[in-house]
Design a protein around this ligand. Sequence first.
Ligand code: ATP
Length: 652
Amino acid sequence: MSDDLLNGAGPETYDASSIEVLEGLEPVRKRPGMYIGGTDERALHHLVAEVLDNSMDEAVAGHANRIEVDLHADGSITIRDNGRGMPFDPHPKFPGKSALEVILCTLHAGGKFGGKAYETSGGLHGVGASVVNALSDHMVVQVARDRKLVQQRFSRGIPQGPLEDMGAAPNRRGTTTTFHPDAEIFGSHKFKPARLFKSIRSKAYLFSGVEIRWKTAIDDGETPLEAVFHFPGGLADYLSETMKGITTYADRPFAGRVDFKERFGVPGRVEWAINWTPARDGFIQSYCNTVPTPEGGTHEQGFWAAVLKGVRAYGELVNNKKAAQITREDLIVGGSALVSCFIREPEFVGQTKDRLATVEAGRLVEGAVRDHFDNWLAADTKSAGAILDFLILRADERLRRKMEKETSRKTATKRLRLPGKLADCSNTAREGTELFLVEGDSAGGSAKMARNRKTQALLPLRGKILNVLGAASGKIGANQEIADMCQALGVNLGSKFRVDDLRYDKIIIMTDADVDGAHIAALLMTFFFTQMRPMIDNGHLYLACPPLFRLTQGAHRVYVQDEAERDIWLEKGLGGRGKIDVSRFKGLGEMDAKDLKETTMDPNSRKLIRVTIDEDEPGETGDLVERLMGKKPELRFQYIQENAKFAVELDV
Ligand SMILES: Nc1ncnc2c1ncn2[C@@H]1O[C@H](COP(=O)(O)OP(=O)(O)OP(=O)(O)O)[C@@H](O)[C@H]1O
């Protein structure tokens, strides 16, 4: 090796003197990202979480039952609890310093390492409070403990004086922390009341034994200035509240709490709530020791494993072989879940604790949830059946997509190309076959179970199809929904349309019994009127008539189309005993397969309307179409509101 290389060629020498040791809280200010994941708005709000989590740990350990959070006009914030109070007696290892000062000015000082002072805690690294201190230009910590009140002030992690004696506090206990984030670190980012409000509220849901009081002097116009959160119903209430107004498969979420000590003899517990919706925008929010884990981890995995095994076992129990196809992916698509576990000495990935890594948590959560889920499914067979059907559909859909991908690769030139989402019927001859054009994928789900596979095909249409009136013909051809529809029907558009090409006898538009549904039906009718007129002339186009209400009285049941009809039955009675139970279907997706079949799809019991054109006044139909679908939305809306009926005739 040459001397040059040994001596180094650079202008500066690289030796022991260039190895720096950052002291005290300096590393935090130098590299905030390592401790709080950045210096952006999220990181700023994380400061509050660090202090709040300390108070929550006190509450969860059974030492506090009230936490107050006050956001002040100057952008500082106070978090107060009625817990044991941070210790402030002299620290044996740091002469002349109180425990309080050690906690706030030293990294890795904490009472949560050995599990002696706290059994299950969100805090574990012993850095939270000191990091907040380091990144605040002003911080005051007050402690009421042992009948005394003390306080100490800090700035950027450095004490601004000794621990001050503030006098006697015979009736108080707890820790009060006020801090103002340092603009040198966070620039112009400020606390957002709405964001704080939301995260504080969810904390209260996570531990029913705590009351959290919120106050803000900053008014953003939408967040309450004061509020008290206390949720004895825990996560089940949280989920119901989050999903208010959303259609769900089970009336009440599957929810529960299990104490690990009682069940497995180890400290900790788990609480959860889940429900499924026809919409595919499921979510999971998980927490460990009240710390949110947005990237999931072992507790989430354990939860899904329990649910998956439970669903499959239930499928086996009711002899539904298809349940074996369900995978975790299918559970997640429409599942909305909350999982919160409390465990001893959790291991997280990173200081911001985004993912739980403790392997044992997975095992404990799975074991606890599994038993409960089995019992719940067995006890509520209605919900269980609906959920199972829904999940099987999701699995079918996934497998079909996979197959489609494979076959479309294998057979580039298929003789008859059909759109992927068409659920075709098995009869190949046209006679007696029907194609349902169904609004929305979720309705497609129940319809698929309700149909007669031999003669009834389904094509789910997503959202509103292109308003074809006034659209250039190129645009019509390019619209995917329309292209799919033409492919399914086996026809071409406009002058190339041949009624004999139709692959089905009846084309049935099936939309929700509401204004939106009427709008979609109107769009489709307009499309057929302008592009496939002979289809209407030859009597192939129909409207399905889904009911709006189901009335039950004892064993008697009727489905009715509108309010007027409902009121007649309510007055007359159904012939059963007791109260008449009225349920309103918000949409097709809300009806189960049995209801949908009986009322809307089964040729033996359904009502169907044939769409015709008034021969005497064909001009008027054109006018009506123009009014409904032309460029004037007010006319259209008014017409639909008043009269969502069209030129139609009952099919008998
Ligand atoms: N509100 C409080 N009441 C009582 N003790 C507290 C409170 N806040 C902090 N402490 C004590 O101070 C210690 C240090 O807190 P700090 O936030 O620095 O770390 P931690 O909570 O142990 O871990 P983490 O770094 O994961 O947050 C805690 O372990 C606890 O013993």
